[in-house]
Design a protein around this ligand. Structure first.
Ligand code: 13P
Length: 249
């Protein structure tokens, strides 16, 4: 059975003091029982967040990692390092990584392999730019992103994959995909997985929507049959809006 998930991607926000404030507030909340809650603080705050949330159901996850297990890669973070501070899930292929840090399909497929080899779960992000949607090439582009980054993995590895569909034109813009647009793409992603693997695998993978999800639009988006939750940027930075979204199923 696929899980319902609400994951907060904090991006490059919240220093240690701000992270502490958020966590103290988060710990006072009642968590919905049927929803997996995740937060992705900066690398520097992962250890603190993990220790702080030991008795709480929220999972602390990472925003990125390097594809190599170790070595001379100044400034980079390995899977082993993440696991050693309690992060067993990592976001890979976020559109900001693709756009600003030149992460392409080849690098991302290596990152996926490294995550799986290290028994981590990967939240693999795909998403088209506005020009792709205007050209009508958005379905093909998503298919290419999936096949380049993900479609080499084994059937069993899908247990450790979550997909996030984040249309680039909806990220941080206040312009969200309509529930129908989200559903249409999520259904397409599931069909593409079924064609390359099996119906069973496609039905069991959680597909999250990301891009300007807010408390006032979350329930309509999460109400779509192929949307299993959200990857939340801006609205995950305040406990109140994040929890409202987590309670929007
Ligand atoms: P916003 O919710 O700020 O649009 O960001 C979405 C996102 O990129 C999450 O990974």
């Amino acid at each position: 059975m696929r899980k319902k998930i609400v994951a907060g991607n904090w991006k490059m926000n919240n220093d240690l003091a701000e992270t502490e404030l958020f966590l103290e507030e988060l710990k006072k909340q009642v968590f919905p029982e049927n929803v997996v809650i995740m937060i992705a603080p900066a690398f520097t705050n992962l250890n603190h967040a993990f220790n702080s949330l030991r008795q709480h159901p929220a999972e602390v996850i990472a925003q990125n990692m390097h594809q190599s297990n170790e070595g001379a890669f100044t400034g980079e973070i390995s899977a082993k390092m993440l696991k050693s501070v309690g992060a067993n899930t990592v976001i890979l292929g976020h559109s900001e990584r693709r756009a600003y840090f030149n992460e392409d399909g080849a690098i991302l497929s290596e990152k996926v392999n490294t995550a799986l080899e290290n028994e981590m779960t990967a939240i693999f992000c795909v998403g088209e730019e506005l020009k792709d949607r205007k050209n009508g090439t958005h379905f093909q582009l998503i298919k290419t992103q999936l096949s380049e980054g993900l479609f080499h993995i084994s059937n069993d590895a899908w247990e450790n994959i979550i997909i996030a569909y984040e249309p680039v034109w909806a990220i941080g813009t206040g312009e969200t995909a309509s529930p129908e647009q989200a559903q249409e793409m999520h259904k397409f992603i599931r069909k593409t997985i079924a064609e390359n693997y099996s119906n069973k695998i496609a039905e069991n993978v959680s597909i999250l929507y990301g891009g300007s999800v807010k408390p006032d639009n979350a329930s309509e988006i999460f109400g779509q049959p192929d949307v299993d939750g959200g990857l939340i940027g801006g609205a995950s930075l305040q406990v109140e809006s994040f929890m409202k979204i987590a309670n929007s199923f």
